[in-house]
Design a protein around this ligand. Sequence first.
Ligand code: SF4
Length: 479
Amino acid sequence: MELIGKRQGFATNSSSTHSIIFCPPDTSNLNINNRYGFDPFICASREAKINYFVATVVSNIYSYSDNKDSNEDILYYISEIYRLVREKVPFSLFEGFPANSYVDHQSCFSIPRDVATNRLSIEFFYELYSEILDNDECAIIGGNDNEESTYDYGVLSTDLQLRYSEFIDRGNFLIRKEEFGYILFFQDNGTKLYYGKSGKVPLADIQLPKKYVPELVDMTITDYCSKGCKFCYRGCTAEGKHASLYKVITYIDELKKAGVFEIALGGGEPLQHPELLKILEHGYDKGITMNLTTRDYESLKSPIVREVLQKYCGAIGISVSNVNEMKKIREILDTLYFKVTYHYVLGLEPVEKLYDIVQEAIKDPPSVASILLLGFKPTGRASDLDEIVYEEDFINITMNILKKKYIKLGVDTAVINRYPTYFTNVDPKLYYKHEGIISKYIDAVAGTMGESSFVSPERMVKIPPYNNAKFIELLSSRL
Ligand code: SF4
């Protein structure tokens, strides 16, 4: 399996170290006893490597998952191992797992959980692990880094180590199986990894099937906003209505069942929705990552609002149009370790203003801030404005400035499609071009769905109430 894409999101070591090495085919096993921690061991034979595989699964169930799995889940895992390995496994089907098996937490592969069922995806782990299992010149060795030792047994496989390191001691991964392979979503920092089963077609060029459940959904929960921005592409006003709590919660439930990873709540001004707390709590309890975009700096001054956002949200997008607003945000959120993404709309001001914003962003710690550039959308009140088209390759200039502090840069598909030539130097593993496939838009006030929040009203489709099948059908179709 190849890593064909990575989407950086709202973005170890220990006493034990386990390594993947290349070694002579006749390398002997050492200390194969189901417990892989501090003491030295070598898993060289296929049988020993299966033993390590099973110990990893057992550790994920019993040691590192807060008892998420029922007996039914565990029976499912046992049957999965028998189905996948199809040869001698180190336990009896009728007696179950050797419960004393163990891989040290700092070296244990975190097996992702299926986004809809919440079960460990042993199938994904097995497919990835097969390149070690099927190669008799590849072994896993372990021990500890408290003692002087040399790798006398072979050469460290840097390439394989890198591929696995994403999963070591990293917390909560969700996974979805797709035609092209797998998508993994790391809930703690929003990173998505795309694994292709065959070939190396990067994310930017991949052809997704006609039916595809989006990975994230942009949801308007209110049309209310009193800011009156002249560039508001949704034309929101203080007369705007809020979506009902019932409708929003029903949509969240359907999206979770369908396998959507993230919901970006927007408006209008979502912080003005009277039931926002219940909405965020509900999404959080369902295990779907809730993000939110706001321009309501006043509400952010409330410690209660900040506490709620910090507890229930993955990341907060804050719309900014100049450097002074960024300074104000920094003052308000100073004491909190927020995951903030600055949203900046292109085409409203000369390109120099963008560089001012970028220079200001690098004053934030990289763990706190990232920038999302949004394309100009000529709808709502913005339809009265003239877009300024940037003549210079602002993407590469911006990336070079942000590199100094490793601050993340994101763009929406409107930017990619508006300035395709500026993306020729960007790794095609890092972006996707088509609107309305990887993401969808739901207007919970109107009860409609569309490809994006800026399609014309005629292209928005009514969501029929109380019809789960139709909801999934709309969600996974090209609208
Ligand atoms: S752009 Fe955002 S902040 Fe401005 S009026 Fe529209 S919804 Fe309100």
